[in-house]
Structures are given as C-alpha cells and as structure tokens.
Design a protein around this ligand. Structure first.
Ligand code: CO8
Length: 263
C-alpha cells in the first residue's frame, strides 16, 4: 500500500504493522471536505483489508488535527439537500466499520467534526497544544457526527454540556484529566511518536484477538451491561477456536515468545 497517493492525506508505514494517515490540507487547517473524506475512507478501506497493516495512527499537522467540517462547503446547504443525501453519514461510515484499531494523535485544533473524528478513533493521544471543542453553536448549529453522544460518554454530562453550549475549547491538560485523551505529551512530535509506539505494541499481537478486543469494547457503547458481558464472553469463547490462542498460551507455559499467526 506504500505506493498509494492521495490529494488530501498522506500515507506512510513507519513501523512494522503500523500505518500512519496524515490529514494534509494545511492551508485550511485540515477542514474536513467531501474530497478529503473520500481519500480518508478509501485509505481506511484499503488499510483495513491489508494484511501488512495491524494498527492505524491518524494525525494532522502540529497546528491542527482538523478544524471541523468545511464551513465553506456547508454554508449554502439546504435542508432538502442535507436530509436528501443524508449529509455526513457516508463520511463516518468507513471509520466506524474499520476493524483495526485507530489511534488519533491530536496536535492543535480538533474542533467540530475534527473533535468528532478524533472521538470516532479508538484511543486519543494529545500534544501539549491540543484544543478540543464543539464550536457549532457559534455557527448556529449543533454537532452532527456523533459529538454530543461521544463527548457525553467521554467526559460526562456537565462538561459535555458546557463544551457544546458555549463552544469553548478544552486544552490538552483538561482533556487528559477528563479522560477524553488517554495520554498527554510534552511536544507534538512526542504525541505522534507515542501513538506510533502504542500502535506498534498493538500491531505486535495476534490480529484476531486485537479485532475481538476492539469489537467487544465498542459493543459496550451500544448495549446494556448484561448483554455486553454476554457478548464479550461469546467472543472470548470464539477465540479458543483460533490458532493464536494456542500459540499465546503455549508460549506462556513454555516461557517462550509467541510467534503470532493471525489465524
Ligand atoms: N472550514 C473551512 N475553512 C476553515 C475552517 C473550517 N472549519 N477552519 C479554518 N478554515 C480556514 C479559514 O477559513 C482560513 O482560510 P483562508 O486563509 O482562506 O481565510 C484558514 O483555514 C486559516 O484559518 P484562520 O485564519 O481562521 O486561522 P486562525 O489561526 O486565526 O484560527 C481557528 C483558527 C480558531 C481554528 C479558526 O479557523 C476557526 O474558528 N475555524 C472554524 C472552527 C469551527 O467552527 N469548526 C466547526 C465547523 S462545523 C462542524 O464541524 C460540523 C460537524 C459536521 C460533521 C463532520 C463529520 C466528521
């Protein structure tokens, strides 16, 4: 996949099993346009089915992860157009369908759709200048790609309400303390490197167990506790049918390093 080229994103494979997607509309602070999403979705689809990719890191520039949906593209949209083509739905479909873990390395602005995009990822790491926010209220609208739902789950009602009702930005320190970001780093470079380190760790495990782990955690957001625990147990049972479960447990018993087969 290293030969792929896109207009609005960059793809590289900086670590074994790890692919890095860099949003690349620097002049527009990575505003999320339809062509950018077309590139992103195509790349995610390719990487999700590529055996050489086991974990994905998504980042932007040091100044901006993504400053939201492209306001210039949206400003004249009518209700009939938005409803008629279910505006935004296709944008987030591919990222939600991606079975490999995605780590967002957020430096600079993650606003509106940018914050929503980060929250669609499985882990968020933040650089020191990260600024999260849902400023849609300032534009006379509200979050449209899951922001109200995922922010509520990430930081609780009172903080989510404050962010969404005021449009204020939340810095890296608070994002870390509130659990929106799993870790906060001292420099933008360290944020991306930290995400790549974690991605390399994840990529070093058996692919089926990684896929199952992501699936059961995501399922928890959809269902109640007893249903979620049951689903987790069934997937857990299923993993006894994989070669990697035997590889992993036998290696532990023999005090050897597991050689994952991803089968
Ligand atoms: N859309 C289009 N262009 C943008 C956007 C945007 N969201 N953000 C920045 N730009 C452009 C600016 O227009 C400017 O372009 P130009 O040079 O041609 O004038 C360029 O990027 C640089 O921006 P600024 O000059 O404003 O840079 P500053 O450093 O002064 O300010 C800010 C940075 C604070 C980030 C400022 O640009 C800003 O407030 N941007 C808008 C943030 C915003 O409101 N985002 C929410 C958009 S609504 C939304 O996302 C709805 C969600 C829909 C779902 C999405 C699916 C994932």
């Amino acid at each position: 996949t290293s030969s792929e080229t896109y207009e609005h994103i960059l793809i590289s494979h900086p670590r074994p099993g790890v692919s890095l997607i860099t949003l690349n509309r620097p002049k527009q602070l990575n505003a999320l346009s339809s062509p950018l999403f077309s590139d992103l979705n195509s790349a995610l689809s390719t990487l999700d089915s590529s055996p050489s990719t086991r974990c994905i890191v998504l980042t932007g520039s040091h100044k901006s992860f993504a400053a939201g949906a492209d306001i210039k593209e949206m400003s004249t949209l009518t209700f009939a157009e938005a409803y008629g083509r279910d505006f935004i739905k296709s944008w987030s479909q591919q990222i939600s369908n991606t079975t490999k873990p995605i780590i967002a390395a957020v430096n600079g602005y993650a606003l509106g759709g940018g914050c929503e995009l980060a929250m669609m990822c499985d882990i968020i790491y933040a650089g020191p200048n990260a600024q999260f926010g849902q400023p849609e209220i300032k534009l006379g609208t509200i979050p449209g790609a899951g922001g109200s739902q995922r922010l509520l789950r990430a930081v609780g009602k009172s903080r989510a309400m404050e962010i969404i009702l005021t449009g204020k930005m939340v810095g890296a320190k608070e994002a870390g303390e509130w659990g929106l970001a799993a870790r906060v780093f001292d420099t933008p470079e360290a944020c991306v490197e930290g995400a790549l380190d974690t991605a390399e760790t994840v990529a070093g495990y058996g692919g089926l167990a990684v896929k199952a782990a992501k699936e059961v955690v995501n399922h928890a957001e959809e269902v109640g506790l007893s249903e979620g625990v049951k689903f987790e147990r069934r997937v857990f049972h299923g993993l006894f049918g994989t070669k990697d479960q035997k590889v992993g447990m036998e290696a532990f018993v023999k005090k050897e390093k597991p050689e994952w087969t991803h089968e």
